[in-house]
Design a protein around this ligand. Structure first.
Ligand SMILES: Nc1nc2c(c(=O)[nH]1)N[C@H]1C(S)=C(S)[C@@H](COP(=O)(O)O)O[C@H]1N2
Ligand SMILES: [Mo]
Length: 386
C-alpha cells in the first residue's frame, strides 16, 4: 500500500500521479507474462448517440483496477459545459438557515475526503451498443453533509436537488398540454440520502483535476448510486420542502416493471436509484500456461463470483482482494487451461455478502422489466478459441 501525505499529492505532477496509480493497480490485476487477449465474438453495435455517450470502457482493454481518466466513459444528456473554475461558484440555498455561496478555493480548503467508487450508468448492458458505461476511479473532494450542516437545513427540508450547469430544451405533449421549457440537468435525493457521510463534492479524479467531460470543476459523487445520481458541472444545491420530479427523476431513467402481488400483476415505475449487484466477464487471455477468464463484480459487497463455460458447472472464480474498497469493483479470474478449439459462451454470476445472487436473464426481475435501465442480469459473452 502506497501512502502519500497531502503535501506529496499536491506537489507531484499529474503524470507522476497517473504512473503511481497505474503501477499500483497493475500489481493487483490478474495479468500474466506474455499473454494475449482473444477478442469477444459478440462485439457491441456501433454507438448511434456519440454526443450523449462520448466514450466507453472497452472490456478487452481492462488491465487495471483503476480506470485511467483517458479511458473513462462519459455521458452527457444536454450540452457539455466548459466552466471557468476561477469564477465558478456553488450556491446552497432553499430550505436552509444560512444560504452559502462557495468558490472552488473555499471548497478545496475544507477537509479532503477520498473514495474509490465504480460508477456505472444504469443503462449499461441495457442496449446493444452500450456495454462500457462503467469505470472505477479514486474521487476526491469534501464531504457534502458538513456543507449542508453549515448551511443549516430547516425542519421543513426533506429533499435535496443537485442542479447541473448543463441545460436543454424539453417538450411535454399530451392531450391537454404542449409545454416547451429550457431546463437544467438535475437529480434529487431525500435529505437522509443526501446526508450520507460518503457523499462528496468532488473536484479530483485519480489525483488530477476533474476532467471537463466528467463534470469540472465540481460534481457530486454519491458512492453506491447509479451514475445518473452523480450530478456533474454542479451549479446549485437546493433544499426543498416537497418531493422533486423532472425529466431525469420521473420520465427518463425510470424503470418499468411488472411486479407480482398475490398473483396479480402490478405495473410499477421507479426512479433509478442505488446500484445493483452485477458482474461481467471482461476478457479471455492466453499464454503458455493456457487460457484465463478475467472479469469484474460490483454494485454490492461481493462474497463470490462463479463462471459457467457453455453448459458446464458453475466454477468458483479467484477473487483479487489485493485492492479492496467498499464501493469499488472486485476483479476476479478463472483459469480455463487448454480450452477446446471452437466457439464458447461464458457467463458470470455474483453473490453478495447477504447471499443474494445476480439474477438470470429469465428471472422475472429482469424478464418483466420493460425499460433498459438497471440491467443487472447475468451476462453471457461469446468467444472463439482458435
Ligand atoms: N450535469 C449532468 N450530470 C450528469 C449527467 C448529465 O447529463 N449532466 N449524466 C449522468 C449520467 S446518466 C451518468 S451515467 C454519469 C456519468 O458520469 P461520467 O460522464 O463522469 O462517466 O453522469 C451523470 N451526471
Ligand atoms: Mo447514465
Amino acid at each position: 500500500m502506497l501512502t502519500l501525505t497531502r503535501r506529496d499529492f499536491i506537489a507531484s505532477s499529474a503524470s507522476t500521479m497517473a504512473l503511481i496509480a497505474m503501477s499500483k493497480a497493475a500489481l493487483a490485476f490478474p495479468t500474466r507474462t506474455g499473454e494475449t487477449v482473444i477478442p469477444w465474438l459478440d462485439q457491441p453495435a456501433p454507438n448511434p448517440v456519440p454526443d450523449i455517450i462520448k466514450s466507453q470502457l472497452v472490456w478487452e482493454d481492462l488491465d487495471s483496477w483503476i480506470t485511467p481518466n483517458e479511458k473513462f466513459f462519459s455521458i452527457a444528456h444536454f450540452d457539455r459545459p466548459r466552466i471557468d473554475a476561477a469564477s465558478w461558484k456553488l450556491e446552497i440555498d432553499g430550505q436552509v438557515i444560512k444560504p452559502l455561496t462557495l468558490t472552488l478555493a473555499e471548497i478545496k480548503q475544507r477537509p479532503r475526503q477520498e473514495v474509490t467508487f465504480t460508477i456505472e450508468c444504469s443503462g449499461n448492458h441495457g442496449l446493444p451498443f452500450f456495454h462500457g458505461g462503467i469505470g472505477n476511479a479514486r474521487w476526491t473532494g469534501t464531504q457534502l453533509a458538513t456543507v449542508l450542516e453549515e448551511a443549516g437545513v430547516k425542519e421543513s427540508g426533506i429533499e435535496v436537488v443537485f442542479w447541473g450547469a448543463d441545460a436543454g430544451d424539453i417538450e411535454i405533449k399530451d392531450q391537454a398540454h404542449d409545454v416547451k421549457m429550457h431546463q437544467n440537468f438535475a437529480r434529487s435525493m431525500s435529505l437522509t440520502d443526501a446526508m450520507n457521510p460518503n457523499n462528496i463534492l468532488c473536484y479530483e479524479m485519480n489525483g488530477v483535476d476533474l476532467p471537463p467531460d466528467n463534470g469540472a470543476p465540481v460534481r457530486l459523487i454519491a458512492p453506491g448510486w447509479y451514475g445518473v445520481a452523480n450530478v456533474k458541472w454542479l451549479k446549485r444545491i437546493e433544499v426543498r420542502d416537497t418531493r422533486f420530479m423532472n425529466l431525469f427523476m420521473g420520465r427518463n431513467y425510470v424503470t418499468i416493471r411488472e411486479e407480482d402481488h398475490n398473483g396479480e400483476t402490478v405495473w410499477t415505475e421507479t426512479s433509478v436509484g442505488k446500484a445493483l449487484l452485477k458482474s461481467a466477464p471482461a476478457k479471455v487471455t492466453r499464454n503458455d500456461e493456457g487460457y484465463r477468464i478475467v472479469g469484474a463484480a460490483w454494485g454490492a459487497p461481493i462474497a463470490k463470483v462463479e463462471v459457467k463455460i457453455d453448459d458446464g458447472p458453475w466454477q468458483a472464480a479467484v477473487m483479487d482482494r489485493s485492492e479492496d474498497a467498499e464501493f469499488a469493483w472486485t476483479i476476479w479470474s478463472v483459469d480455463w487451461g487448454t480450452a477446446a478449439p471452437g466457439e464458447h459462451s461464458i457467463t458470470s454470476r455474483a453473490t453478495d455478502a447477504s447471499g443474494r445472487v445476480q439474477p438470470t436473464m429469465d428471472d422475472p426481475w429482469i424478464a418483466k422489466k420493460h425499460t433498459y435501465w438497471e440491467s443487472n442480469g447475468q451476462i453471457t459473452r461469446k468467444v472463439r478459441v482458435p
